[in-house]
Design a protein around this ligand. Structure first.
Ligand SMILES: Cc1cc2nc3c(=O)[nH]c(=O)nc-3n(C[C@H](O)[C@H](O)[C@H](O)COP(=O)(O)OP(=O)(O)OC[C@H]3O[C@@H](n4cnc5c(N)ncnc54)[C@H](O)[C@@H]3O)c2cc1C
Length: 446
């Protein structure tokens, strides 16, 4: 951790003198670390509010990110809020809802018709998606610095408060200090930034692991998100275990399908499973005409963790706010993380704008305490329900009963989709919405 007392680098100072933009000297109102969906959304909303924002990203766009590339109506809502019209370009592949495969059944459930959310989802590779979002933040006025790796927080020696970050540009040995009164850590699951400030993961929260790859496939234009509820693991004794999680097949529309699976840590098989082999075993059993065979595979099978149910807290600490995976914001019920990273980015931006408009330190700090509170109010009860859900399906018997007896009931499945995808009207709505909202309100916040 570097102390903030050191002056900006000489290169930066020269740049400031010549250009007049303090950000070129590494000074801003807010520094956002990580230009994934969470960071770019935060930077966009902050810049829209007129704040000086620097967005630091260690990679260069366009770049691959391990993901299912599936976007529910929750995510679509956020995309639209960034001023992007996904109906204007067919590269945003639209879908009608979820097709569920399990218990020998095949069930299609449309996304619900709601005032709050659009009634369609999307598929777009993260190669394009993250690039588009970062450019949108730039268009709004954020200064994006790619190939810049943040090394840790810069701290005020006297107060211990975060007053910036230290970073290094690719190919350079020079450590640069970027300064701002507030820093947003949107640097993903590992969150070097949060960890170096001593904000660690909670072990009592659900965690997932997911792997995926692409295949050229005749199914690439499927306009439903398909999920397979039965993932079987072979046991050494010849038997097999039903795992808590699901496999997915998402048509990208560009000749390929994104195919993968995610497993929760609530089963005894977690951590002891070869997930890549599990994916191969599952695909060995699907119809060969779909083309999910090694000859059609595009790229490696790659995997990453899914940090869920607020597994890193506090979400605000000494001048730093956590957004997205860094704060463990993946929905435990369905493994969706993009919408939540983007929503948290907007919530963080709202709080920051209010805080920076206050002149007294004490008032400024008071405004910032709203961020973890708002997160708990909005998602806390829902994530607690999610924790109960993942615990239940961690029991293979319950998982088996749920697939066998749940799937034949379309009304029950519509309810389940609303619950697991967190798609209800926030107020009012139908009986299902009201029941789900009541459950999440009654549950203690995660
Ligand atoms: C296999 C798999 C499938 C998934 N499928 C889906 C899905 O279909 N739909 C869905 O909604 N979610 C899915 N998720 C979850 C989703 O990918 C994440 O929740 C989402 O990417 C979180 O966004 P984020 O902005 O918080 O973090 P990230 O997307 O991880 O972005 C973090 C950014 O920070 C940058 N960064 C990291 N460290 C530094 C540093 N030190 N300095 C500078 N920059 C840094 C990274 O390069 C990256 O660009 C999936 C996850 C996995 C692993």
């Amino acid at each position: 951790m570097a102390a903030a007392a050191s002056p900006p680098t000489s290169a930066a100072t020269t740049a400031r003198r010549s250009e007049g933009d303090p950000r070129l000297a590494g000074e801003a109102d807010v520094i956002v670390v990580g230009a994934g969906p969470g960071g770019s959304t935060t930077a966009y909303h902050l810049a829209q509010s007129g704040l000086e924002v620097i967005l630091l990203e260690k990679t260069a766009f366009p770049r691959e990110k391990v993901c299912g590339d599936g976007l529910t109506p929750r995510a679509v809502r956020q995309i639209i809020r960034l001023g992007i019209d996904p109906t204007s370009d067919p590269a945003w592949r639209q879908n009608h809802g979820l097709r569920i495969m399990g218990g020998g059944m095949r069930l299609q459930i449309q996304w619900p018709e709601l005032a709050e959310f659009p009634s369609y989802g999307l598929v777009r590779t993260r190669l394009d998606f993250d690039d588009i979002l970062a450019r949108q933040a730039q268009k709004a006025g954020a200064l994006l610095r790619e190939e810049t790796t943040v090394l840790g927080p810069a701290l005020d020696e006297r107060t211990g408060r975060v007053v910036g970050v230290t970073a290094r540009a690719a190919g350079s040995r020079e450590e640069v200090v970027y300064r701002a009164p507030l820093v947003v850590a949107a640097d993903g699951n590992s969150s070097r930034l949060a960890t170096s400030l001593g904000v660690h993961k909670r072990e009592d929260r659900p965690m997932g692991v997911a792997v995926r790859t692409y295949f050229t496939s005749p199914r690439h234009e499927d306009d439903w998100l398909e999920s397979w509820l039965e993932l079987w693991q072979q046991r050494p004794d010849g038997g097999r275990n039903l795992l808590p999680g699901y496999g997915w097949i998402f048509g990208v529309g560009d000749g390929t399908s994104n195919v993968g699976l995610g497993i929760l840590n609530t089963s005894s098989a977690f951590g002891k499973t070869d997930y890549k082999q599990l994916l191969r075993d599952w695909l060995a059993g699907v119809p060969p005409e779909w083309g999910f065979v090694p000859e059609n595979q595009v790229g490696q099978i790659r995997g990453a963790a899914l940090p869920m149910g607020f597994n890193r807290q506090p979400h605000y600490d000494r001048g730093m706010l956590l957004v997205g995976d860094s704060g463990g914001m993946v929905n435990p019920c369905n493994g969706e993380g993009i919408a939540y990273a983007m929503e948290a980015g907007e919530l963080a931006a709202d709080v920051i704008v209010q805080a920076l408009a206050r002149s007294r330190d004490v008032d400024h700090e008071l405004a910032l305490t709203a961020y973890p509170r708002v997160l708990k109010d909005v998602y806390g009860g829902y994530y607690t329900v999610g924790r109960v859900f993942v615990k239940l399906i961690g029991n293979p018997q319950i998982m088996r009963l749920a697939t066998r007896y749940g799937l034949p009931h379309p009304t029950l499945m519509r309810f389940t989709l609303k619950l697991l995808a967190n798609l209800t009207e926030p107020t009012g709505g139908d009986a299902m919405d009201r029941l789900i909202n009541a459950m999440t309100k009654l549950a203690p916040a995660a």
